[in-house]
Design a protein around this ligand. Structure first.
Ligand code: F6R
Length: 359
């Protein structure tokens, strides 16, 4: 049951120190990544990695793909519902990774089957053991977040992003043309601190007060660069799903290519700073602020927006790769508290289902 929590969503947000610890358990050993059956060399034939996913899982895939790009591995993230019209060609040297919490999303399964028919090697990254995706793909990698009841995905997003980042390290080590990251040891060390840092954040968050401060706004924007981009898309998706208010996520640099026309003193902008490539977030947030928009900086205590932001949601100091996940937890809490203040049915938003089994 929900226990001491008013909603499953809140329980699942607060479960993240545990769910993340389960995701990581046994997967980092002496500075190396260990992914059960996917042992060293598993992917030595792979030349190109394609992710297929929907909704929140798509954002997690965007998050994970960054490791591959940095390692110099060719990669793309495809919206599963648009697979046949947008995916690049695949062959036996392609790894198609289906990212799906439930393992039952029809669009994702369809894309997975299509890649399989064209000869790609396939992998399911899922939360559900024995799900259709796990049984359909050549291999399965479990995110081990535990059951998620709330329709809005929360703890499964963070566990997906961690699992995919670890998969990225395995691929960077296996793919012959790839360059593993020089700071892998630091990255993995900081990963082991992540569950505790989420706990600290949950104990000290100011998200409820901030949600109350802006709850009457007609529209909410979420911006970020680099890993702050999927964080912002996810922040906006969560917000619209459970508050029923208008919210949009953008790559910071896109703001001036159209969305700025909507910016007024009534459009709060949540700007995520991870500590890497935050410059465009700074300049574009300031641009919006000069049009009157209140800026909420989501980032470490000292970030490029600290001195100018109207408010700040602070995250503990860590590697930029994990900072994005800490920022996501703050944004999950903002959505939750805003929806709660608006009296929305948080665990079962109108028109939505936990698992979408139609195309
Ligand atoms: C958002 C949400 C959906 C799912 C999407 C894919 O909170 O839950 O966007 O992420 O329907 O579901 P899975 O991951 O089960 O394939």
């Amino acid at each position: 049951g929900k226990g001491e929590y008013d909603h499953y969503m809140l329980k699942e947000i607060y479960n993240q120190p545990t769910s993340l610890a389960n995701t990581i358990e046994g997967r980092v050993d002496d500075g190396e990544v260990v992914l059960e059956d996917l042992s060293t060399g598993t992917f030595s034939e792979v030349e190109y990695v394609q992710f297929v996913a929907c909704g929140t899982s798509y954002h997690a895939a965007m998050y994970g793909t960054q490791q591959l790009r940095e390692a110099g591995i060719r990669t793309e993230v495809v919206r599963a519902s648009e697979y046949d019209s947008t995916a690049g060609p695949v062959c036996e040297r392609t790894l198609t990774v289906a990212v799906t919490q439930s393992g039952e999303t029809a669009d994702t399964l369809e894309a997975l089957r299509s890649a399989d028919e064209q000869g790609a090697r396939t992998l399911a990254v899922t939360n559900v053991v024995g799900s259709t995706a796990a049984r359909t793909a050549d291999d399965a990698l479990y995110i081990r977040a535990g059951p998620e009841v709330g329709v809005a995905a929360t703890k499964t997003f963070s566990s997906q992003a961690v699992t995919l980042t670890l998969l990225g390290q395995r691929l960077a080590a296996d793919v012959p043309s790839a360059t593993p990251r020089e700071d892998q040891a630091d990255l993995l060390e900081d990963l082991e601190r992540l569950p505790g840092q989420v706990e600290t954040l949950l104990e000290s968050t100011d998200a409820k007060r901030l949600a109350a401060a802006y709850v009457d706004s007609p529209s909410y924007f979420f911006i970020g660069n680099d890993l702050g981009h999927p964080v912002s898309l996810e922040g906006a998706l969560k917000f619209k799903e459970i508050t029923y208010e208008h919210a949009e996520g953008f790559a910071s640099g896109e703001l001036k290519h159209g969305p700025l026309a909507l910016v007024t003193d009534e459009t709060p902008i949540f700007a995520t700073c991870t500590g890497a490539n935050d410059e465009k977030t700074k300049t574009n947030a300031i641009e919006a602020q000069s049009r009157g928009a209140p800026i909420v900086a989501v980032g470490p205590e000292e970030n490029p927006l600290t001195d100018v932001a109207d408010a700040q949601l602070e995250i503990p100091e860590t590697h930029p790769v994990w900072a994005g996940l800490l920022a996501t937890v703050q944004l999950q809490l903002v959505s939750y508290h805003a929806a709660n203040q608006l009296g929305r049915p948080i665990d079962k938003p109108r028109n939505l289902a936990k698992s979408v089994t139609v195309e």
